[in-house]
Design a protein around this ligand. Structure first.
Ligand code: NAD
Ligand code: UDP
Length: 310
């Protein structure tokens, strides 16, 4: 039986990953400080004898005598709302926290996957974004704490690989959504579903013409596992290349919720990227991965969740 450690395991993506790995026959340890995660996300897994969870902040060293084969580091606040509230914690989590996990991987001879992000491309001047694009990041802007944290996480992963021969993996995750996102998280999908279901106007930041490409969480999780099992050391984009404007996304959520489409235009947050779409050629060719769930299907599953959580 393989053992996996999932840092950020009580978060939105992390909890789905824990569930997936248990289904694949793994022994799973979830580590989470609950800074943005919730115990309720993993409550249904607690009775499983192959699952354990440890409340721990990865910025502090981890003293655990558990050999493990695979480490997935998903621990990081990820909502732009948190970039304003806890920027130093975000930087420490990727810098010190990820280094603690890399040391653990070194000790255990484990593979380690770092959850990076499309934000490493900043406000991209190349479209769609290939992994070879070096990005357009404003390191001193409001998103700098997150973008540079993730760029550092990638850099230190490669440093451990080059200096110690650690088996590292880097995934650049593009906007992902689905059940277990916190309704008050502040990201676009929780905001729009909450607004659609409560009859409130959709809050559109800027003119709503900026674009995003949305990946359903089950597709994403399968991509993370395929990458871990592969021998691909270079970063890999994992996301859904179907691209929509924010206004189009709001209209689709309104239709899914059966809500009237009312809008409230608000100022665009600073450094908000104007466009984002992954080039997933690398994931297709090297991992034989591509997303399967359409936005319509994903929205049906997401709607059920938000209905039950409001
Ligand atoms: P999330 O906030 O639901 O999950 C993050 C989890 O990490 C939370 O449970 C949080 O409590 C935990 N955490 C944060 N800092 C920690 C620390 N120092 N020690 C221990 N636990 C800590 O967010 P998510 O959307 O599930 O994101 C998971 C990962 O994927 C993050 O690393 C994020 O940067 C990355 N990512 C997500 C998206 C997306 O669209 N969801 C896009 C790009 C990258
Ligand atoms: N957005 C919006 N209304 C909201 C929340 C977000 O118009 O209530 C926009 C935001 O400005 C951005 C996009 O939706 O252009 C995606 O925002 P999110 O916070 O989900 O993630 P990002 O991709 O910006 O990190």
């Amino acid at each position: 039986m393989k053992t996996a450690l999932v840092a950020g395991g009580a978060g939105f993506i992390g909890s789905h990953l824990c569930e997936y790995l248990l289904g694949q026959g793994y022994r799973v340890y979830a580590i989470d400080s609950l800074v943005t995660g919730r115990r309720i996300n993993i409550e249904h897994l607690l009775a499983n004898p192959n699952f354990s969870w440890i409340e721990h902040d990865i910025v502090a060293p981890l003293y655990m005598n558990v050999p493990c084969d695979e480490i997935y580091n998903l621990a990081s606040p990820a909502s732009p709302v948190d970039f304003e509230k806890i920027p130093i914690f975000i930087l420490k989590t990727a810098a010190i926290g990820h280094m603690n996990l890399l040391n653990w991987a070194k000790m255990n001879k484990a593979r380690i996957l770092f959850a990076s992000t499309s934000e490493v491309y900043g406000d991209p001047l190349e479209h769609p974004q290939k992994e070879t694009y070096l990005g357009n990041v404003n390191c001193i802007g409001h998103r700098g704490c997150y973008d540079e944290a993730k760029r550092y996480g990638e850099a230190i992963s490669m440093a451990f690989r080059r200096q110690y021969g650690i088996e590292t993996r880097i995934v650049r995750i593009f906007n992902t959504y689905g059940p277990r996102m916190r309704p008050e998280d502040g990201r676009v999908i929780p905001n729009f579903f909450t607004q659609g279901l409560s009859g409130k106007p959709f809050t559109i930041y800027g003119d709503g013409k900026q674009t995003r490409s949305l990946c359903y969480v089950s597709d994403l999780v399968e991509g993370l596992h395929k990458l871990m099992l592969s021998d691909v050391a270079d970063p890999v984009n994992v996301g859904n290349p179907d691209e929509y404007t924010i206004l189009e996304i709001a209209k689709s959520v309104a239709a899914a919720c059966g809500a009237q489409f009312k809008t409230e235009f608000m100022p665009l947050p600073p450094s908000d990227p104007k466009q984002r779409r992954p080039d997933i050629t690398r994931a297709k060719e090297l991992l034989n991965w591509s997303p399967k769930i359409s936005l319509k299907e994903g929205f049906v599953k997401t709607l059920d969740y938000f209905k039950s959580s409001l």
